[in-house]
Design a protein around this ligand. Structure first.
Ligand code: UDP
Length: 334
């Protein structure tokens, strides 16, 4: 991917997608977005709406009339469109399965006809009940059974990974798989379960922050522009193709600790309320108690590892300090 030419972003009106689109336009690319606006919004693209180099088609990937044409002269595809969010997954597993399998297959099939490089975004959920959740390494997977709908998402995305690698093997498609861990920042919606926008919203309104389970479960939250930086670097790294990479922060927090930090940083009077998992997600829900990526492979291939501190991430997401790019904190040694 040079610094011009057409780049396709599926899911470009979504949270991470819209930040990626801004970045690609800023670098001088023409960008074509296909997004069905099921979870994304055109408002996410308002800062670039009038840029003549941006084209947006409101459609699913499989229903797109333009994707095949764009592929003819595209430099690459970032495939971000997917059904995501724990609450959506638990509520609509058929939709999640169908959308994630069908749409990815369409992207891979069209791209393979022209050998257009594809970056597939997958998810940390594929690690499932991994035996080493504190240091998820690229080969360490253990997904739960199909009798639990919460694993639908993980399984559908893992199948996408297999499909991507199958296209790489059988059709010579250049494809890189990225497993994106918890990513946060402006424009993320709390509607489908994501915790940080919900906590910020509750803290602002002075209502209780609802912490699920014990609150001792841990996550690492990555600044969205760090995630975008990692995706762009992997896309441009020829040695990364045919491989799988974790993308995420390694700074851990408990969810209770996150709630306390949000309250403190926003000077809020909100209290914390504990909510049983069954009440939050329905009976039998299994939460990951710990999820932390190993990102040495990412750093080795791209010279980059996300490093924006959680405190700053919260302040920037809440709009308390201006947004800043990834380079400031993110660049690590090669
Ligand atoms: N969570 C919470 N309150 C909420 C939403 C989520 O306590 O309003 C918890 C959730 O149970 C999980 C963590 O916060 O342990 C992160 O949830 P999120 O949906 O953001 O991402 P996940 O890591 O589950 O994909």
């Amino acid at each position: 991917m040079g610094t011009s030419g057409l780049v396709i972003v599926t899911g470009g009106a979504g949270f991470i997608g819209s930040h990626l689109v801004e970045r690609l336009l800023a670098e001088g690319h023409r960008v074509a977005v296909v997004d069905d606006l099921s979870t994304g919004t055109l408002d996410n693209l308002r800062s670039v709406r009038n840029d003549p180099r941006l084209t947006v088609e409101t459609a699913t990937v499989s229903g797109s009339r333009r994707l095949a044409g764009w592929m003819r002269h595209a430099r690459g595809v970032f495939h971000l469109a997917a059904a995501v969010g724990v609450e959506l997954v638990v509520r609509s597993p058929i939709h999640v399965c169908r959308a994630n399998l069908r749409e990815t297959e369409v992207v891979l099939e069209l791209a393979s006809r022209r050998r257009v490089p594809v970056l597939l975004t997958s998810t940390s959920e594929v690690y499932g009940r991994s035996a080493r959740p504190e240091f998820a390494e690229e080969d360490d997977l253990l997904i739960g059974p199909p009798t639990h709908p919460r694993w639908t998402y993980a399984c559908s995305k893992l199948m996408d990974e297999f499909l991507a690698m199958a296209y790489a093997q059988e059709r010579g498609l250049p494809v890189v798989v990225t497993r994106v861990f918890n990513t946060v920042g402006p424009r993320q919606t709390g509607r489908y379960g994501m915790v940080l926008p919900r906590f910020i919203d509750a803290a602002r309104r002075g209502v209780p922050l609802r912490v699920y389970g014990t609150g001792r479960q841990r996550r690492c939250f990555c600044w969205v522009l760090d995630t975008v930086e990692a995706l762009v670097r992997l896309f441009r790294c020829p040695e990364a193709y045919g491989q799988v990479f974790n993308v995420g922060s390694t700074e851990e927090t408990t969810i209770l600790g996150l709630a306390r930090l949000v309250i403190r940083l926003l000077g809020s009077s909100s209290k914390i309320e504990r909510v049983p998992y069954a009440e939050a997600y329905g009976p039998g829900f299994e939460d990951m108690q710990r999820r932390r990526p190993r990102v040495t492979k990412l750093a080795r291939y791209t010279g980059f590892r996300p490093r924006t501190p959680l405190k700053e991430i919260i302040l920037r997401t809440a709009g308390a300090v201006p947004d800043a790019g990834a380079a400031e904190h993110g660049t690590g040694p090669r």
